[in-house]
Design a binder for this molecule. Structure first.
Ligand code: ATP
Ligand code: PAU
Length: 387
């Protein structure tokens, strides 16, 4: 954590806090929410100093996450905090429509009736791919220290030149994986996808290791050794490399391949080793498909998002090494600090109130009220309302 600020959501009940503009991304596995909160005393009306007629309201974007299977808990939470019907109505700033919120992801369709029934609100649907792209563009262009490469166990934050951003490949690793070629704001094409994604890792991992939570599975993979189960090039070549085709003896020749010849039951393998092989297999595969798509369109930058990544060192390392290996160093894997919130942020920007500058990030909060919440960075920004 970069900052020890603990943001307890009970603060939302403070009379000086104003919450507005909730946006949700309801995916196959997780619900992600973004909302804006301003402190009335600190909000600024720049109309006097600014020749334009815009009102700027400073505040923060907050991030929350629930499991989709616990949608009812999510709705109760929204209702108890009245997240959906708070509006900012001062300094000439309009309140968001009390009865409508921006929503993206498959759940915006699947759960529309439930939102209406339980909370009385309508979901204003924003296309999922379009939201991912708007969210990624917003983060890359407006939030400092957002994008980074991961090399030799180190995050290297990159200052992205706005004039040299497009085209890039956006790889969103959620339950399934979408690969989108991005050519500009609102200019994109979904060029590929794979059903072998985060849901596969979590689903297979749960079955194979009996693990109870995603975080435990990740932690287990951290403690494991994939060489116990994966068949390496050296296992086939008597300990030697096969450099003629660019493979060292330690490269994986066949994920889970050792399990074939060893006469062992699943229980005889350490769950940690199984988790490690699984994570490596899926991360490698996604890295490789991403690279092939980058090659298809001559793209040099590949941004990876989605909650599968979870800022996990080994996942990012595997993806980075795969992209570097296959592209012979030509393409670069980059990650985003708000990786899991691209869709929700994109839906939020659809309110068309986000001022691109100034934005600052770096504050981190852990929300004690929500189980399983990742450490999600809050973003300081301004909203703008035109008179
Ligand atoms: N606490 C968690 N519980 C469940 N899955 C988690 C958790 N944290 C990370 N994950 C991983 O994140 C993945 C879901 O990522 P994300 O929220 O980006 O996708 P989604 O929107 O639910 O899926 P899709 O876009 O395919 O509908 C899961 O499949 C799992 O691999
Ligand atoms: C179906 C979506 C877009 C839902 O988010 C996602 O899970 C996905 O991209 N799945 C991969 C589907 C495929 O292209 O094979």
């Amino acid at each position: 954590m970069e900052d020890s600020t603990i943001q307890d959501l009970t603060l939302l009940n403070s009379p000086v806090d104003q919450i507005s503009h909730l946006a949700v991304d309801i995916g196959g596995s997780l619900i992600k929410m973004v909302y804006f909160s301003t402190n009335r005393e600190k909000s600024v009306d720049k109309t006097q100093n600014n020749s334009s007629k815009d009102n700027l309201l400073s505040g923060r974007l907050y991030f929350l996450m629930f499991e989709t299977s616990k949608i009812n808990e999510c709705l109760d939470f929204i209702s108890s905090k009245q997240l959906h019907c708070r509006g900012v109505q001062h300094h000439g700033f309009p309140a968001s429509d009390k009865n409508t919120i921006k929503a993206t992801g498959g759940g915006a369709f699947k759960f529309a009736d439930l939102f209406k029934e339980k909370l009385g609100i309508s979901l204003d649907k924003v296309d999922e791919m379009s939201s991912l792209v708007s969210g990624a563009n917003f983060l890359i262009k407006s939030v400092p220290s957002e994008a980074f490469t991961y090399v030799n166990g180190q995050r290297n934050y990159e200052q992205i030149d706005h004039n040299d951003l497009y085209p890039y490949l956006l790889v969103n690793i959620g339950s399934g994986v979408s690969m989108i070629k991005v050519d500009g704001d609102g200019k994109y094409e979904r060029v590929s996808g794979t059903s072998v994604g985060g849901g596969t890792f979590w689903g297979l991992g749960k079955l194979l290791t009996k693990c109870k939570s995603f975080d435990d599975l990740l932690e287990m993979s951290h403690q494991g050794n994939n060489r116990v189960i994966d068949m390496l090039v050296g296992d086939i070549y008597g300990g030697s490399d096969y450099l003629k085709i660019g493979l060292t003896s330690t490269a994986i020749a066949s994920s889970f391949g050792k399990a074939v010849s060893e006469d062992k039951e699943l229980e005889e393998y350490r769950p940690e080793d199984v988790a490690r092989s699984l994570l490596r297999m899926i991360s490698n595969n996604i890295g490789q498909i991403a690279y092939l798509n980058a090659l298809r369109f001559g793209l040099k930058k590949i941004f990876f998002g989605g909650f599968f990544i979870r800022g996990h060192a080994y996942t990012m390392d595997t993806i980075s090494v795969a992209v570097d290996f296959w592209s012979k160093g030509e393409a670069k894997a980059m990650f985003l600090r708000h990786e899991g919130f691209l869709g929700a942020l994109g839906a939020f920007t659809n309110y068309q109130l986000v001022e691109e500058f100034p934005c600052t990030a770096g504050h981190y909060n852990r929300n004690p009220l929500v189980e399983d919440l990742n450490d999600n960075g809050i973003i300081e920004c301004c909203l703008r309302a035109s008179n």
